[in-house]
Design a protein around this ligand. Structure first.
Ligand code: SAH
Length: 402
């Protein structure tokens, strides 16, 4: 067993320790004063406030802007592999009800929100997809895999870590050998979601294969589709469309830039016995296609707008806001009176109130009155940790465009 808890200590600068003392679990590089004991990346260090009082144990990451991620505020805690695997078991235990369906898909571990910084695990039926984004979580990889095996006996665990996030933490990219062989087989796993069936390509798909964070939002959006002509913009593999088609949509227009995603979307409609719903496929840059549809004089009764993450952090928010506004503006222009707009942002850098403001700007420019009929967010397996507002990233508005 690796002993990761060290005698090294990180002392915070005077005037920079308030947020951490009040509960925020990240120590930014600018708040770090003295580093004693020469800790290695991924070591568990003692974090002390500016007066030298113990604050918490945390994972040290010298290359990262987030220099320490706090783990435990009890000074007598023994933060080792046992500690880590107990937290892992607790996180999985929170999803117990989600594990009964052998084909179910859900997030098992959501990093800091589940008190396990740097670790994300998604479950797709009997497969798991792992993301390891910090040196601390990397040191716990073997223990994580062993515990996952003991609890769930997955058929395979694939590494789909984000290379950019790893780079920011000074970690090499690429899946380490322990799980890479499984990725070679790149299985397509058939999952069920609210009684519908989807083939998730774990090795090749986007994110960890399927946007499971939108699960409950699709169920909330679907009833509005009954009898409506639906445009599913940024449709990926068509999950919203399949839900809308089952709910009785009059027609579906799939729009995405990815040919593979569009093919999968068409296949998913057929797989679910919905091939008879009139379906149109448009491939291209959705921002331009929305304008083109407008120029063609098209109109829809419902538009679903689920763009990729345009602003991962707050610094990208102003530029992203313009893109979100444009997309929402053109979506509104395409809507017949009393049409429904289901609009989303998964950008952590754009807060819910700001997103609503962006949609208001779009409404103003479109010259339409807009009602919000339902506000949407993250499902319970992607919890928001109150001490870390950064864990709140997904928001949606179902709007009626008068
Ligand atoms: N609504 C989907 C998830 C959307 S993810 C679901 O429920 O599963 C974002 C999608 O946007 C991806 O499929 C990606 O291929 C697509 N995309 C990204 N940039 C795009 C662009 N400029 N134009 C069209 N599609 C784009």
């Amino acid at each position: 067993m690796t002993n990761v808890q060290t005698a090294s200590a990180v002392t915070l600068l005077a005037g920079r320790d308030k947020a951490v003392r009040e509960g925020h679990p990240w120590v930014f590089s600018g708040a770090v004063g003295r580093v004693g004991g020469d800790p290695a990346p991924g070591d568990v260090v003692r974090v002390l406030d500016s007066r030298g009082e113990f604050v918490a144990w945390g994972h040290y990451s010298p290359a990262s802007r987030i220099r320490v991620r706090l783990l435990d505020r009890r000074e007598d805690a023994v933060v080792d592999e046992v500690w880590w695997t107990q937290r892992l078991a607790a996180a999985i235990g929170r999803r117990r009800e989600q594990l009964t369906d052998p084909r179910g898909a859900c997030r098992l571990v959501f990093s800091e929100a589940d008190l396990l910084p740097g670790l994300v695990i998604d479950r797709y039926g009997d497969h798991c997809v792992l993301q390891v984004h910090t040196p601390g979580a990397e040191r716990m990889r073997a223990a994580t895999l062993a515990q996952l095996g003991a609890l769930l006996s997955p058929a395979a665990v694939l590494d789909r870590s984000d290379a950019e996030q790893r780079r920011l933490e000074g970690l090499a990219d690429g899946a380490p050998a322990t799980v890479a062989e499984a990725a070679e087989r790149a299985p397509a796993v058939r999952i069920s979601d609210a009684g519908l069936t989807f083939d998730v390509s774990l090795g090749a798909g986007q994110k960890t294969g399927f946007y499971i964070d939108q699960r409950l939002n699709r169920a909330a959006v679907a009833p509005w589709a009954a009898g409506r002509r639906v445009l599913d913009a940024f449709c990926y593999t068509g999950a919203f469309s399949v839900h809308a088609a089952r709910a009785g949509a009059a027609g579906i227009t799939l729009l995405d830039s990815s040919r593979d995603a569009l093919e999968a979307a068409v296949a998913h409609l057929a797989l679910n016995g919905l091939a008879s719903v009139p379906t149109e496929v448009r491939r291209g840059n959705a921002f331009a296609e929305l304008r083109r549809l407008r120029d063609e004089g098209r109109s829809f009764d419902m538009v679903i707008l689920d763009p990729p993450r345009l602003a991962p952090t707050r610094s990208q928010a102003p530029k992203a806001a313009r893109a979100y506004k444009d997309a929402n503006l053109f979506a509104m222009k395409l809507l017949a009176p009393e049409g429904i707009l289901a609009t989303f942002s998964c950008s952590g850098g754009i807060e819910p109130a700001f997103f609503q403001e962006i949609v208001r700007w779009a409404a103003k420019d479109a010259g339409r009155e807009v009602q919000v009929v339902h506000k949407l967010g993250q499902p319970f397996d992607h919890p928001v940790r109150l001490d870390l507002p950064e864990t709140e990233y997904l928001k949606g508005l179902i709007c009626r465009v008068l």
